[in-house]
Structure formats: C-alpha cells, structure tokens
Design a protein around this ligand. Structure first.
Ligand code: NAD
Length: 295
C-alpha cells in the first residue's frame, strides 16, 4: 500500500483515483471543481485543500490535468512540497516540451518523474483497463508499474523523458487520419451504391483493416458497439481529437517532421469543432464528409 497524492479528479482522474483506493492505497486528492471533490470523497479519497497539501508526505504524486500549462503550474506548487525521492507521474496528455520541463522541475528537487499519458477513455478509466505510455528512467518505471497496474491493463515503457507523450501524440495522429480515411470510403461507397455491410465485410478482412473500421466503425450497423449506433455520443469527443492532433502538429513543427495528412486531419476536426460539434464523437466526422466538407 502506498501513500498517493492525486491532483486533477475530473472525468479521467476521478475514476483513476477511485481504482487506487479500491486497490488499497491511501489517496489524498485535490481539484478546483467542488463536484469532483464530492465524488472523489464518496469513492474514499481523502480531500486536500491545495495541490501542495495533496503532495505533502506522499510517496507518489499523480497529476491528470487538461494541458501542459496546468501541469507546469501544479508542478511549480508541488515540487517544493515533496521530499527528494518522491515519484511524480503525470498522466495528462500534454506537449512533449512541457513534459520535459516537468521532468526537469522534479529532477532539480531530487524527485523521480514519469510522463505516463493514457488511452482507453473514461470507460477504460472506470474499468481500470487503461493503456499507459511511459517516458522516463527504468528505476522510476519499475516503481510505478504496480501502481499503474491498479488503473490499467497495459503499461509500456517507451523511452526517456517525453517518450510517453510522443507515443500518445503519434498514435492519435494515426487514429485521427484513419477515421477520416474510413469515413471517406463509406461516403464513396454510398455514392457508388455499395452497402455499408458489404464494404465492412470486405475491408475488415482485407488491407483496409484498421481500428477505426473494426472497433469504431463510423456508420451504424456493422459494429454494434461503435458510437455511430448511439447517435455519435462519445466515446472520444471531436474536441479531444482536435487537442491531440494540434499537439501532433506542434510537435511536427518543432521536430521538423512532414505530416501532410496529420495537418489535413487537424483542419477537418477544427472545422467540426467550429461548427459546434466538439462534443460529438470523433467518428461523427463522417457527417461533414457526407455533406461535402472540404479543407
Ligand atoms: P477533465 O477536464 O474532466 O479533468 C481535468 C481536471 O483538472 C478538472 O476537474 C479540473 O478542475 C482539474 N484542474 C485543472 N487545473 C487544476 C489545478 N491547478 N489544480 C487542480 N485541479 C485542476 O479532463 P479529463 O477528460 O479527465 O482529461 C484529463 C487529461 O486526460 C487531459 O489531458 C486529456 O487530454 C487526457 N485524456 C482524456 C481522455 C478522455 O477520454 N477524457 C482520454 C485520454 C486522455
């Protein structure tokens, strides 16, 4: 059993903290939103009055926050409060540069740090089946593994500081692009008089096979559990896809990588969000393609 500080008890952090409590850990949590605190307390989280209070005396501090600027401001507050040797794990999805700055802030205090963003969404957070993509040292990773195992089913060490965020950004750029590719194919099939089921039966067992087709199929019918069957309720909202694609484009610009399809996907999701559809599942991009949306 470990003593864990948990900062950011929102849609993801709330159920993740609850799973740590269920696994027998002592969890002290903080969030700015009162409703998240009420839910966390009901799940057995001890409430703190500030990020620094949640971190004080903790062996491990986990953050699950909206963006890099939130993570860095919380690290400015908690690093002075922790003892050298404390392990800081940031599971937010943030830019690689901020992740590396967070590692450096921790190192200056003699604390260990890991960037450990997740995939699996709110459903995975509740079920404790998240995938963690981890960047940092092997000793810190070995220490974190049993803790992360209470919240996830797959934990991958991707490399040094920032490598977890890099893996997350690259994976979600593939996802954003592939969902558009699959949606375009269904729209073309409709125009050609080919049924959704026929395209699915062929492509799901052919070279067009991918997760966006076989798990998250953007038309109702072929995959009964996909958001298309529940009027495109998320799932994974288009606004979150836009956030991750934007991070991919910032990373591509700073690293000098050429990502023309990533850039196009970012523009298409930005237009979807501008059209007040940011809360729709990202597979709802098919509606815009069907309506003739272009870049
Ligand atoms: P959320 O907005 O529900 O939760 C974030 C929480 O952080 C909020 O409750 C907010 O009040 C809190 N917060 C912000 N600043 C704070 C501060 N200074 N101190 C304490 N708390 C503060 O967001 P979420 O859906 O839980 O996502 C969290 C992170 O996980 C994001 O980086 C997101 O990109 C990533 N993520 C989300 C999903 C998903 O499906 N929701 C999936 C994978 C990754």
């Amino acid at each position: 059993m470990a003593s864990i500080g948990f900062i950011g008890l929102g849609n993801m952090g709330g159920p993740m903290a609850a799973n740590l409590v269920k696994a027998g850990h002592r969890v002290t949590g903080f969030d700015l939103v009162p409703a998240t605190l009420t839910a966390a307390e009901a799940a057995g989280v001890v409430l703190a009055a500030s990020p620094a209070e949640a971190a004080t005396g903790a062996e491990i501090v986990i953050t699950m926050l909206p963006s890099g600027k939130h993570v860095l401001s919380v690290y400015e507050a908690i690093v002075p409060a922790v003892e050298p040797g404390t392990l800081l794990i940031d599971s937010s999805t943030i830019d690689v540069e901020s992740a590396r700055k967070a590692h450096a802030l921790a190192a200056a205090k003699g604390a260990d740090a890991l960037d450990a963003p997740v995939s699996g969404g709110v459903g995975g957070a509740v079920a404790g089946t998240l995938t963690f993509m981890v960047g940092g040292g092997t000793d810190a990773f070995a220490r974190a593994e049993p803790i992360l195992a209470a919240m996830g089913k797959k934990i991958v060490l991707c490399g040094e500081a920032g490598a977890g965020q890099a893996a997350k950004i690259c994976n979600n750029m593939i996802l954003g692009i592939s969902m558009i590719a699959v949606s375009e194919a269904f729209v073309l099939a409709e125009k050609l008089g080919l049924s959704h089921q026929a395209l699915f039966d062929v492509s799901s067992t052919s070279s067009g096979q991918c997760w966006s087709l076989t798990t998250y199929c953007p038309v109702p019918g072929p995959v009964p559990t996909s958001p298309a069957n529940r009027d495109y309720q998320p799932g994974f909202a288009a606004a979150l896809m836009l956030k991750d694609l934007t991070l991919s484009q910032e990373a591509a610009a700073s690293a000098g990588a050429t990502t023309p399809l990533g850039a196009a996907a970012t523009q298409l999701y930005a237009a979807m969000v501008d059209a007040a559809q940011g809360g729709v599942d990202f597979s709802g991009i098919i509606h815009r393609l069907r309506a003739g949306a272009m870049l």
